[in-house]
Ligand binder design. Structure first.
Ligand SMILES: [Mg+2]
Ligand SMILES: [Zn+2]
Length: 171
């Protein structure tokens, strides 16, 4: 038996292929028009092209993950339960448009109120958690955000520079 003579690279390649790749999308300003602290579905205005953007990535084998700072929770502008209710509704709208959202990660903190945390972008905590939970190959993953802090979170988590996209909608 010739064990490992030429198998190393083949096995390595196989493991890499088995790992997932994700498209990380920010919420406010990418999925919906950023009106500041949106927490009701009647105020949630989809930026329609996000559905097609996501479908294109899904067709290329990506899973879709949302990463969003929601300091309105820490500030008491809305509750975590308000946020989760809106999130359920949002995920259903995506489903109706042919997009499966695998998970929505959110940071409910604000440093002035709840102290520093690892999850609030530009910190990479939400992405690092997703890497573990979804066995992601971060070098093949992609991020779309409308702020430099979104891109910085991706950068700190190890997403390649070429895969970090600053999004500006027409809305
Ligand atoms: Mg945003
Ligand atoms: Zn946080």
């Amino acid at each position: 038996m010739q064990i490992g003579a030429s198998g190393g690279n083949q096995i390595g390649a196989t493991i890499e292929e088995l790992m997932n790749k994700a498209i990380f999308i920010d919420r406010d300003g990418v999925i919906n028009t950023d009106k500041g602290h949106v927490y009701k579905s009647e105020d949630f205005e989809f930026i329609e092209e996000i559905f097609e953007i996501c479908r294109n990535y899904i067709n290329k084998g990506f899973i879709v993950l949302v990463i969003t700072n929601q300091a309105g929770i820490a500030k008491g502008i809305f509750t975590e339960s308000d946020f989760l209710k809106l999130t359920d509704w949002m995920v259903e709208q995506f489903r109706n448009n042919g997009v499966k959202i695998s998970k929505v990660y959110y940071c409910p903190h604000h440093p002035d109120i709840t102290g520093p945390c690892e999850c609030r972008k530009p910190n990479p905590g939400m992405i690092l958690q997703a890497i573990v939970e979804f066995d992601l190959d971060i070098s093949r993953s992609v991020l779309i955000g409308d702020k430099d802090t979104d891109l910085e979170a991706g950068r700190r988590a190890g997403i390649p520079e070429a895969n970090l996209h600053l999004y500006k909608s027409e809305n």
